[in-house]
Design a protein around this ligand. Structure first.
Ligand code: MLT
Length: 407
């Protein structure tokens, strides 16, 4: 008899963004004439940068000819992309990361979800609340939690992010082994200073724990004093894994390319306390379960680092951040308190009522989709998240409609 992994039964019925998509589809079916503006899921709307498109086309043409065709590539990614990443995203900022510490993949969602596979079920996991649901759900699937009760899973150390701590969680009061951090933050849009991040790195070093640092939104940082990578912090190479993505900076949500940095100094321990090399283990996992990102996509990603590509991705970030500025201005003038939107394309708004009620009200009255904060954790209750990823015209229209409903 085939039996299931019963940890799956602890999960909430559906993944947050699938749940929202279902509600929006059902609303649209009942109201076919309503024009809905989506400021919910952080999905980009602008076309790929011209430099990426050109490189993409060229690589597809290479694939068409026997002489330049490529079959299976290196599972970790082609050297041309890994070298461009190491030089531009890290070495140029004084972060000591080498090309062979980079693992190219098809998305940060998969990487942040998969990395926990390397650790024992006894691992004590600390997860912010609110949080990108993938970190939590994948630990539930792996059996690292108890039951779901009153909005929380037993066994997880929740790191509350709220107005009191300016949406940057405090260090855990009990020892933890695995820590998830995301800055600029999804969903709150908050940022962390170098000094604050140093405290986490020091904590991890002291407790022999590991930080999984999601930096998918670093391209939107405008404040030069903020860290773009955890490796800008001394000592992080020994205790931190970093996840990056081309989805938000270069519009690759549908094209798929991302990468994970696993420095060679990172260690984890077996039940006898013996050290093991995480770079070796992740490489082993990656080569066994993944066959690499397609050659044309990697060439398109490499073009992000060309002179033209750099200008084009900066222009994309500036485009979406102009939307974020507009959303902040409007929300502020409506008298709501919010965080985010300054160095991140998400604005986290205190709606003063149940998040799902607020979601339904905005959809029904304004035809605008937001993300209910409660979907990201109990600390998100009462909040909604607006995403700046849409056309400027749509964001303007959405904010006019929101003003007419809330104003
Ligand atoms: C979000 O809206 O939180 C993100 O777009 C989800 C993701 O990147 O998977």
């Amino acid at each position: 008899m085939i039996t299931i992994n019963e940890h799956y039964l602890k999960l909430q019925a559906s993944y947050l963004f699938s749940d929202i998509a279902k509600r929006v589809t059902s609303f649209q079916e009942k109201n076919p004439d309503r024009n809905i503006i989506r400021l919910g899921i952080g999905d980009v709307t602008k076309g790929l940068p011209a430099a990426c498109v050109e490189a993409f086309h060229k690589a597809v043409d290479e694939m068409a000819q026997d002489g330049t065709f490529r079959g299976y590539g290196p599972e970790q990614g082609y050297g041309f992309l890994r070298e461009a990443i190491a030089a531009n995203d890290f070495q140029s900022r004084g972060a000591d990361i080498a090309a062979d510490e980079i693992f190219v993949s098809d998305g940060a969602k998969c990487d942040t979800g998969n990395f926990q596979e390397l650790f024992s079920t006894a691992t004590k996991v600390a997860i912010p609340d609110p949080v990108y649901p993938v970190y939590l759900d994948t630990n539930v699937m792996a059996g690292r939690t108890g039951k779901y009760e009153n909005g929380r899973y037993g066994g997880i150390v929740y790191l509350d992010s709220n107005r009191e701590n300016n949406f940057v969680p405090e260090l855990p009061k009990e020892p933890v082994d695995l820590i998830y951090l995301c800055f600029p933050n999804n969903p709150t849009g908050s940022t962390i200073s170098k000094d604050q991040l140093k405290q986490w790195v020091d904590y991890a070093r002291e407790h022999k724990s590991l930080i999984l640092f999601d930096a998918a939104y670093e391209a939107f940082i405008r404040d030069e004093s903020l860290p773009k990578s955890i490796y800008e912090i001394d000592g992080a190479r020994e205790v931190a894994i970093e996840f990056r993505s081309f989805s938000k900076n270069a519009g690759f949500t549908g094209t798929r390319c991302a990468y994970t940095v696993v420095p060679k100094e990172c260690r984890a321990y077996d039940s006898q306390g013996k050290e093991h090399d995480l770079h070796f283990l992740w490489n082993r996992r990656h080569c066994t379960k993944f066959n690499g990102v397609s050659y044309p996509v990697q060439r398109a990603a490499e073009a992000v680092y060309s002179e033209e590509g750099k200008k084009q991705v900066q222009a994309l970030a500036a485009y979406y951040m102009r939307n974020a500025d507009l959303i902040r201005k409007e929300i502020e003038s409506l008298g709501y308190s919010y965080v985010g939107g300054e160095n991140c394309p998400y604005i986290w708004i205190d709606g003063g009522k149940d998040s799902w009620q607020f979601f339904d009200m905005l959809l029904d009255k304004a035809g605008v989709v937001c993300t209910p904060g409660a979907g990201f954790g109990t600390c998100g209750q009462g909040y909604i998240r607006l995403s700046a990823f849409n056309s400027h015209e749509n964001v303007q229209e959405a904010m006019e409609r929101i003003r007419s409903v809330l104003g």
